[in-house]
Design a protein around this ligand. Structure first.
Ligand code: VGL
Ligand code: ZN
Length: 230
């Protein structure tokens, strides 16, 4: 049998202390009711990172550095939903702009599940960016939709306000946070992935180790939130 050693969370190399400057922005992915325990697409322990994200956001907010919150924002018949294909949530499925798995109906525009978790302090946001609103294209990344062609505008926004480095956190570790980190790096930003302020979906098998390995390969920097200094 062919196998390879896969990256585990405990094996990710941490960079040590990093000091934030006015060239930094904080990007918080999809801290919405549907991604928390009890929601439609629950991420285990997703609620455990709320306080840490609020504290990290404080460090940016106190210095008037930009904070971007994203909001997954699907039409009710979105093609990433298993229900749109007569299939089961988490079934493997590949189509242009959709996949590698199908999701439960989640973050439908205007529903409670799409609202931000009550305790997450979006009041500190300088920008709230919605994504995933094209019916036939999913958007894991805050920068680029899954057709790998349609930009959200975040890249241009960050460039326009002089940002050179992006700190990423939120939900989920192996989807929206991961794809946002990769795209930010591809667009020429330095990326700091805040490892303790994210939790994974963990499906399909190895989604976490594959994501971590690729980010390490792409020279994305990893820290824990206690290593982020004002
Ligand atoms: C996400 C799956 C589907 C995420 C969004 O926020 O990571 N994952 N939609
Ligand atoms: Zn979604």
């Amino acid at each position: 049998m062919k196998w390879r050693i896969r990256m585990q969370i405990e094996e990710v190399p941490l960079a040590g202390f990093v000091k934030i400057t006015n060239k930094d922005a904080l990007l918080v992915l999809d801290m919405q009711n549907d991604f928390l325990p009890g929601g439609a697409l629950p991420v285990i322990d997703g609620d455990k990172i709320i306080d840490g994200i609020n504290n990290l956001a404080d460090k940016f907010h106190q210095n008037e550095y930009p904070i971007i919150f994203t909001q997954d924002w699907h039409p009710k018949d979105h093609q990433s939903f298993a229900s749109a294909h007569g299939k089961n949530p988490y079934d493997l499925f590949e189509a242009p702009g959709i996949g590698p798995i199908l999701w439960p109906d989640h973050c439908v525009q205007g529903t409670h599940g799409a609202n931000f978790a009550p305790r997450i302090q979006t009041v500190k946001a300088t920008l709230i960016l919605r994504k995933g609103f094209h019916k036939t294209i999913d958007s894991y990344s805050a920068f680029l939709e899954n057709d790998k062609n349609t930009e959200t505008g975040l890249r241009t926004y960050l460039e326009a306000i002089g940002i050179e480095r992006v700190f990423v956190c939120g939900l989920a570790m192996d989807y929206c946070v991961y794809y946002s980190a990769i795209d930010a790096k591809n667009y020429g930003f330095d990326v700091v992935y805040v490892l303790d302020l994210t939790k994974p979906v963990n499906s399909p098998e190895n989604s976490v180790s594959n994501a971590l390995q690729r980010m390490v390969d792409q020279k994305i920097i990893f820290v824990t939130s206690d290593q982020v200094l004002e």
